[in-house]
Design a binder for this molecule. Structure first.
Ligand code: SAM
Length: 215
């Protein structure tokens, strides 16, 4: 993603009621933060927030948490949520490397990874959000009956992710190399990147996976 430094974004984030400022202090207390026991779904690397905002509107019975590393991107999601005022959506500005510190065992019911950064160099493979290292992190807080959906138009990243899923012992529920022309197309909620890349003619790959069975 091309990043523009958005002036004042850090101040906007610091004073925004939809941004959780000290997410580690919410570990095990997310139901309290939302004021209900509804399931929690997260999007890691949500960008400007189109997908998670549309999901939160469609599913008021689910609580959503959008995680984004960069302030200059997060402010765009904040602008939208300031208009929408959805009570079931909050944001965290953080690098997901530390995501295990934010959620307690079984606290998250579902994870979305949409058009995650590819980190094309081999030596950066562990930074990919679908690497074994990240999949192992998610196991620490994803409910045993939970799941994860990953979408991308980047075929090398998708092929890498298929291998990592197997290595990390996750269960493949289904996958497709062309979501928009597949049996799974109906009900698909588009992300900003998905709209852009599918308009360019790129097929969208998608997988749905489940965490390893706990022994
Ligand atoms: N999910 C959005 C979509 O599909 O339109 C945005 C996709 S964009 C290519 C990837 C986003 O993930 C960027 O905004 C980037 O800053 C964020 N990101 C990448 N690595 C991250 C990490 N380790 N922790 C949090 N956010 C991350």
């Amino acid at each position: 993603m091309r990043l523009r430094n958005v002036r004042g974004s850090k101040d906007v984030i610091a004073s925004c009621p939809f941004v959780v400022q000290e997410p580690e202090s919410c570990r095990g207390r997310w139901a309290e933060i939302f004021g209900n026991e509804n399931p929690i779904h997260i999007e890691v690397g949500m960008g400007k927030g189109r997908f998670i905002i549309d999901m939160a509107k469609l599913h008021p019975e689910i609580n959503y948490i959008g995680i984004e590393k960069y302030s200059s991107v997060l402010v765009r999601a904040i602008e939208k949520q300031t208009i929408e005022q959805l009570p079931n959506l909050v944001f965290i500005r953080m690098d997901a490397e530390a995501i295990e510190n934010v959620f307690e065992k079984d606290e998250v019911a579902y994870i979305y990874l949409n058009f995650s950064d590819p980190w094309p160099k081999d030596r950066h493979a562990r930074r990919r959000l679908t690497s074994v290292q990240f999949l192992n992190r998610y196991v620490n807080f994803l409910a045993a009956d939970g799941g994860l959906t990953f979408k991308t138009d980047n075929r090398p990243l998708f092929d890498f992710s298929l291998e990592q899923v197997e290595l990390a012992g996750w269960e493949m529920v289904n996958y497709t190399f062309d979501l928009h022309h597949s049996e799974y197309a109906e009900g698909n909620v588009m992300t900003e990147y998905e709209e852009k890349f599918s308009a360019m003619g790129n097929p969208i790959c998608r997988m749905v996976i489940k965490p390893p069975k706990k022994k």
